[in-house]
Design a binder for this molecule. Structure first.
Ligand code: T46
Length: 160
């Protein structure tokens, strides 16, 4: 009985430690997902299967295109939306910010998806001519899901 209690305590301590190591909704959870690439002399093919390659159910797809040189997009965070962002053509940069640290990521491969968890502020720039940014999203469009003011976003972050 005592052994079982010690084991349970150790398990909780490990679980707690891992939570402490990776704060929820932190930059550490945002990562590049390698999508399958079928190389072929006729041209390459990449596919995305819902529960296999994307860590959420896809409920919406949207894309940015005809972005003029020098334009900046983003400038907001989502309260609950999970996203996979892919440079389908050309390239662009995304700056991710969890309120503690920032990371600039250059996306330029149509077989790389950037997973962005909720509560991450993002700014997008450096769009190449003809670039297309496709986003797979976990929910339908809802303006209520946005923080469009950086101070409001920071104020909503859990205290660390
Ligand atoms: C994100 C980056 C990568 C809709 O009506 N439906 C939609 O699904 C979306 C995405 C937008 N809109 C409307 C809302 C605004 O009136 O389209 C307009 C432009 O949207 P926004 O200024 O949010 O666009 P971006 O490029 O700054 O941000 C978008 C997404 O909103 C956002 O989720 O992460 O692309």
């Amino acid at each position: 009985m005592a052994l079982r209690r010690i084991a349970a305590a150790c398990h909780s301590a490990r679980a707690f430690a891992s939570i402490l190591k990776t704060p929820p909704m932190s930059l550490e959870q945002c990562r590049i997902i390698d999508l399958p690439k079928i190389s072929d002399p006729r041209g390459n093919l990449t596919f995305i299967e819902g529960s296999r390659h994307v860590p959420f159910d896809i409920r919406r797809v949207y894309y940015l295109y005809d972005v003029p040189g020098g334009a900046e997009r983003g400038g907001h965070a989502h309260k609950g939306l999970h996203q996979l962002i892919i440079a389908m053509s050309g390239s662009f940069d995304i700056v991710l910010d969890d309120g503690r640290e920032k990371k600039r990521i250059h996306l330029c491969r149509s077989y790389h998806g950037l997973y962005v968890c909720p509560m991450i502020w993002r700014e997008m720039d450096n769009f190449s001519s003809g670039s297309v940014c496709m986003v797979l999203a976990s929910n339908l469009y809802d303006e209520e899901d946005y923080y469009r003011n950086y101070e409001d976003f920071v104020a909503a972050l859990p205290a660390s």
